[in-house]
Design a protein around this ligand. Structure first.
Ligand code: PXG
Length: 296
């Protein structure tokens, strides 16, 4: 029998089948918590410090005290990967408000819970990267910055899940959300870029998008190649008529968008700039200087 993965919950490792939290945990009852999705490539945890930094910023925004220092959190992530003997992995870091009562009041939750899941990843077929994916703009608006904004990587993802359900029901690969004024913001768990006349554009986090770590890397790669990158609102028209479009995210990495609401993007094939950035990205993710080694 295959050995079960060991999951970290508040400093103790449990086999997957026995890794459980209380039904009184406010993460479950109210989506009250924060998370990160992180990847390790060839023994290097890509941008681990940046993910931990963002986790603490999300926690700060919801006034959640994480019971570990950032350095302790980093060590716990590395230890969990070692315990599971992983070199390539997907890591889910979750901090919930912890156990409380059946009321909303977070003061009833004396201690936050830290969960670290490090699992192997099934690399999806490369056809999405080679051919691009189909998308649709969803009726589900991105939550605004004065509500449960995706700037905070909280456990409140119903907004993204509803958009994903719609994409699936419609028969396309992914959904794109709009902000309140009708400009495109991002995918359900991916940032969005378009290319027009050799320049890159991506919506700002002030439109309710997560400040993506992959997006930052993609921006850096583009700028290092002399391409200009602008953070600006993008209208549906600008997306429909872009020369190229792509998503960035930890899970998806970089994926070309070939279609939006049945409208082909340019000739419907991944564009030259997207392909160049994707190739450069594949080199960056295995660069030891871009992350934290698991075994050293
Ligand atoms: N936007 C949102 C709303 C996200 O949740 C991204 C963009 C991309 O950010 P990074 O930092 O990963 O480049 C995310 C990130 C998954 C999964 O499929 C990934 C995310 C969220 C939920 C699920 O594992 N992430």
């Amino acid at each position: 029998m295959e050995k079960e993965i060991a999951i970290y919950i508040d400093g103790i490792y449990y086999p997957k089948s026995n890794a459980k939290i209380s039904v009184y945990d406010h993460g479950l009852l109210y989506g009250d918590g924060v998370f990160e999705g992180i990847r390790a490539y060839e023994g290097i945890v890509f941008k681990l410090r940046e993910h931990i930094e963002r986790l603490y910023l999300s926690a700060h925004a919801i006034m959640l005290k994480i019971p570990l220092s950032k350095e302790e959190m980093l060590k716990a992530v590395i230890e969990t990967l070692r315990k599971n003997k992983l070199t390539n992995a997907y890591i889910r870091l979750v901090v919930t408000r912890g156990v409380g009562d059946l009321g909303l009041d977070p003061r009833k939750c004396p201690k936050a819970s830290v969960i670290i899941i490090a699992d192997s990843i099934n690399l999806h077929s490369s056809s999405a990267k080679e051919k691009g994916i189909s998308t649709m703009i969803s009726w589900v608006r991105r939550n605004t910055v004065d509500s449960t904004t995706h700037e905070i990587k909280s456990l409140n993802y119903l907004n993204s899940i509803l958009a994903k359900i719609e994409a699936t029901a419609t028969g396309v690969d992914e959904a794109i959300s709009l902000d309140k004024i009708g400009c495109v913001v991002e995918g359900v768990g991916e940032n969005l870029f378009i290319v027009k006349d050799g320049k890159l554009f991506t919506p700002p986090s002030s439109s309710g998008a997560l400040s993506g770590i992959t997006a930052k890397v993609a921006t850096r790669i583009a700028r290092s190649r002399g391409l200009e990158v602008f953070e600006t609102r993008i209208t549906p028209f600008q997306l429909f008529t872009a020369d190229e479009a792509f998503f960035t995210g930890t899970a998806m990495e970089m994926v070309p968008i070939r279609e939006v609401n049945s409208r082909q993007i340019a000739d419907g094939k991944p564009g030259p700039i997207t392909k160049k950035l994707m190739a450069a990205f594949q080199k960056v993710i295995v660069d030891p200087n871009e992350g934290v080694p698991i075994y050293s």
